[in-house]
Ligand binder design. Structure first.
Ligand code: NDP
Length: 330
């Protein structure tokens, strides 16, 4: 049974020597627990924050202990009522092969209803993030012009498609390669997209959104946020979901220089955390599930094989190696 441990807290970009894949004894489930053989592990940008000691909305990872994260696996031993060997569960003891998990912290998932990996992505945490952030935080309404950054990623690709399916006037996305940009337009039905590495974001956004934007769903922060404020229309809304462009900074990044535009636009910027919006989960599954099944909402996964490659997969998310949700398959 192998598990990834954090040995030291990364400063700047995480380095392989900050981590170790440790061979440990098979965990023994206590009363009320199940032993799970993990099949799919999630690696997510927010994990970078938990590797630092800074206080945040989730506790920092402990040193010399297994890292944690979303995972889906098969129950091999059950000491809990209502869960049997052979059942599949979603839980948070990822980054390892086997885990003893409190049944109360495990959610049963149905491999017949949807591929298991989708419970970590398009029908899971990142999907709900897109749904809640767009509809609730950004108060999306039909006819809005929507801009989303990180648009070929797990959250962003779903934001753009939900906006399109719910009647956006125009959907614009940005991503970090020409291949990703082509995918947004050709497969996901975005009206326009640009590669933020090809030129200043503000200029590229103005060209892609000549009539301005009503909603900006921010996954990256930095230049993108300033550009979005610059293109924001009257009563525009900005949902701050993530700021991946600054997660490895060692100094605080400068803020947008054009905040005063929020006065003339009566604009609103609001951060949100998916954890506060699980009341929307049933509505999300009811509305988005059928779009995924019918293919109206498309999704990609980048699948990395083997527990030994979990760290590389995580670093790959920070670099942009992934298209859609990054998943580790064991
Ligand atoms: P993604 O699947 O979008 O993967 C991250 C992507 O970020 C990469 O693929 C890369 O794509 C892009 N990226 C990396 N560096 C930069 C940079 N400097 N500038 C612009 N883009 C960059 O991850 P998720 O969909 O899981 O998460 C997206 C965002 O949402 C993250 O910021 C994450 O922290 C946040 N989040 C917030 C939640 C909340 O509750 N608020 C919940 C879940 C996620 P590219 O090739 O395009 O550069």
């Amino acid at each position: 049974n192998r598990a990834w441990h954090l040995l030291s807290r990364p400063v700047g970009w995480p380095e392989p020597q900050d981590f170790a894949l440790v061979e440990s004894p098979m965990p023994k489930p206590r009363e009320g627990q199940v032993l799970v053989r993990n099949e799919y592990l999630s690696v997510d940008p927010y994990m970078r924050g938990r590797m630092s000691a800074a206080k945040s909305y989730v506790a920092p990872y402990e040193l010399d202990k297994p890292l944690q994260g979303g995972a889906v696996g098969e129950v091999v031993v059950s000491r809990a009522e209502g869960i049997s060997p052979g059942d599949h569960v979603l839980h948070f003891a990822g980054w390892r092969e086997y885990a003893a998990v409190d049944a109360a912290q495990a959610v049963r998932v149905d491999p017949q209803a949807a591929p298991l990996s989708t419970y970590l992505g398009v029908l899971g945490m990142t999907g709900l993030t897109a749904y809640a952030g767009l509809l609730r935080t950004a108060s999306f309404k039909e006819g809005d012009i929507v801009f989303v950054s990180g648009a070929a990623g797990a959250v962003g690709s779903q934001v753009g498609q939900i906006a399109r399916l719910k009647g956006a006037a125009r959907v614009i996305g940005s991503a970090g390669s020409d291949e990703k940009v082509a995918l947004l337009v050709d497969e996901y039905g975005f009206d326009a997209a640009f590669n933020y590495k090809n030129g200043p974001v503000a200029e590229q956004l103005r060209a892609a959104a000549p009539d301005g934007i009503d909603v900006y769903f921010d996954n990256v922060g930095g230049d993108h946020l300033e550009a979005a404020i610059g293109s924001l229309n009257r009563d525009g809304r900005i949902a701050v979901c993530g700021a991946i462009s600054v997660y490895n900074n060692t100094e605080p990044a400068p803020g947008p220089r054009n905040m005063a535009r929020l006065i003339q636009t009566r604009g609103r910027i609001e951060g949100f955390l998916v954890g506060d919006h699980y009341d929307l989960q049933p509505q999300f599954v009811q509305e988005v599930g059928p779009w995924v099944r019918s293919g109206e909402l498309k999704y990609r996964e980048t699948v990395v094989e083997g527990v030994e490659n979990t760290l590389e997969a995580f670093l790959g998310v920070l670099r942009g190696d992934n298209t859609g949700k990054m998943i580790v398959e064991l």
